[in-house]
Design a protein around this ligand. Structure first.
Ligand code: NAD
Length: 471
């Protein structure tokens, strides 16, 4: 029986391994993590992450051929294939601070693998890493190998949170990069055999190691670039009376462009887009390509601009101050169908409003009060000027309440900001919300989920990203 071990039981490691276990009943899959709390949650009925369809997959194979454990050394030493899916955040200090990937977790994982391995291993980069990381990992492993053969593969993950299970069941492609040596190609075939249990052969792509590593950074940069492109156009729409939905529809009809990822919004978030573009920027700078670095930097600058533009619009619409006014925030997660709040635009928007002394009442169906308070109290890391800004003052944090109901959050509010595109926000009883708000009542739709005309008929003053403003 082939044995797989995955280091890192997070948003990628957990769902990916659950799907491998489901699709490959003859493979034993053990997911290990240094976090005891995360592993006990994976072994309970309350999984540590919310992802549609995940509960069902885990229930079908946990205890059969899928296991979650904190005994890293045992399971690494017994595995044939070791996936490493640990976090690779942006470095916050030292060389490359604010841009470069922090590979501390990766390095300690690699050293541990080298220490405990007693037989040949295939080590798979599942985390998103800078191009050429495999070379560094190879050095760590081979210099500590005691005669054991390690083959490094790059197998970046392209799933999106909120649709992870669907993406894993039917991936657009699975990418495997390996060394062009006979041993490297043998390792590529072994990993290909795992995916071939459910992924059609023409969707399994094999490349050299560096192409696979760089493809993941490039894919995230292209996706984020589309969002920044449409968001840049949304600002021009507001200035000219064009409607971004109509422009995006027309642009997307061009088959060379396509319709996906063209929704204007308050900005992109999540743990990957910003971090991976910053990483790309840093790699370009290190390779003597400052112009290319500047090109990609602009994608993040437009994203920051979009968030501050939104805050300015809220404040200027409400007679240039929100001091003492209650603002309801609907949605805090960085997108719908996830409870993940990493780099969510809601953090910057709330901080901007709190800076103008608003009182904020937040509702999100999947994010807890603890999480929101933690996010708002955290130091914001400024990537452009890598210094830690002051944390929110305790008084500002007290200006925030969290409710478990959209109607409660909006009661007595002067304005509503919609910051996540949860489906339930489309079908709220906006008449009831209007009746219970201060007048004039404002709606600022940061995700374009409501029909502005219908809300205007009720009496709201409505701002939708990139759409014509109230007459
Ligand atoms: P995460 O923070 O949810 O999970 C990482 C886990 O690794 C944590 O539970 C942490 O405790 C664990 N860990 C750290 N060091 C460890 C070690 N030495 N041994 C064992 N466990 C260790 O992160 P994530 O969102 O799953 O992302 C993981 C990687 O995948 C990142 O490189 C990310 O860029 C990439 N990725 C993420 C997504 C996404 O949507 N979240 C999609 C594609 C790729």
């Amino acid at each position: 029986m082939v044995k797989i071990c995955c280091l890192g039981a997070g948003y990628v490691g957990g769902p990916t391994m659950a799907v491998i276990a489901l699709k490959c009943p003859s493979i034993e899959v053990v997911v290990v993590d240094i976090s005891v709390a995360r592993i006990s949650a994976w072994n309970s009925d309350q999984l540590p992450i919310y992802e549609p369809g995940l509960d069902d997959v885990v229930k079908q194979c946990r205890g059969r051929n899928l296991f979650f454990s904190t005994d890293l050394e045992k399971h690494v030493s017994e595995a044939d294939i070791i996936f490493v899916s640990v976090n690779t955040p942006t470095k916050t200090r030292g060389l490359g601070a604010g841009k470069a990937a922090d590979l501390t977790y990766w390095e300690s994982a690699a050293r541990m693998i080298a220490d405990v391995a007693k037989s040949d291993k295939i080590v798979v980069e599942k985390s998103t890493v800078p191009v050429k990381t495999a070379e560094a990992i190879e050095k760590i492993l081979t210099h500590n190998s005691r005669g054991i053969n390690f083959q490094i593969l790059s197998n970046p993950e392209f799933l999106a949170e909120g649709t992870a299970i669907q993406d894993l069941f039917q991936p657009d492609r699975v990418l495997i990069g390996g060394r062009e040596t006979p041993e490297g190609q043998k390792a590529v075939r072994a990993l290909k055999d795992v995916y071939a249990n459910w992924v059609p052969e023409d969707r399994i792509l094999t490349t050299n190691l560096w192409s696979a590593e760089l493809s993941k950074l490039a894919a995230n940069a292209f996706l984020a670039q589309r969002i920044s492109s449409v968001n840049a156009i949304s600002a021009l729409c507001e200035a000219t009376g064009a409607n971004v939905a109509e422009v995006a529809f027309s642009v997307g009809k061009d088959t060379r462009i396509g319709p996906k990822f063209l929704n204007a919004s308050v900005g992109f978030g999540g743990s990957c887009f910003q971090k991976d573009i910053l990483n790309l920027v840093y790699i370009c700078e290190c390779n003597g390509l400052p112009e290319v670095a500047n090109y990609w930097k602009q994608v993040i600058k437009i994203n920051d601009y979009q968030k501050s533009r939104f805050v300015n619009r809220v404040v200027s619409s409400m007679f240039n101050t929100v001091a003492g006014k209650k603002i309801a925030v609907l949605g805090f997660a960085f997108k719908k169908d996830t409870g993940d709040t990493r780099e969510t635009p809601a953090i910057d928007v709330c901080k901007g409003l709190l800076g103008d002394k608003a009182k904020i009442s937040i509702y999100d169906p999947q994010v807890t009060e603890d999480q929101i308070q933690r996010d708002l109290a955290m130091n914001k890391f400024d990537w452009d000027h890598p210094i830690h800004l002051q944390p929110m003052s305790p008084t500002a944090v007290k200006q925030v309440t969290v409710t478990w109901d959209a109607y409660e959050a909006t009661k007595g509010a002067h304005g509503v900001c919609i910051l996540t595109e949860w489906d339930e926000f489309k079908s709220l009883d906006y008449k009831k919300i209007y009746d219970n708000m201060q007048k004039p009542a404002f709606v600022f739709d940061g995700r374009n989920v409501v029909d502005p005309e219908k809300l205007r008929e009720i009496g709201f003053i409505v701002y939708s990203i990139g759409k014509p403003l109230d007459p």
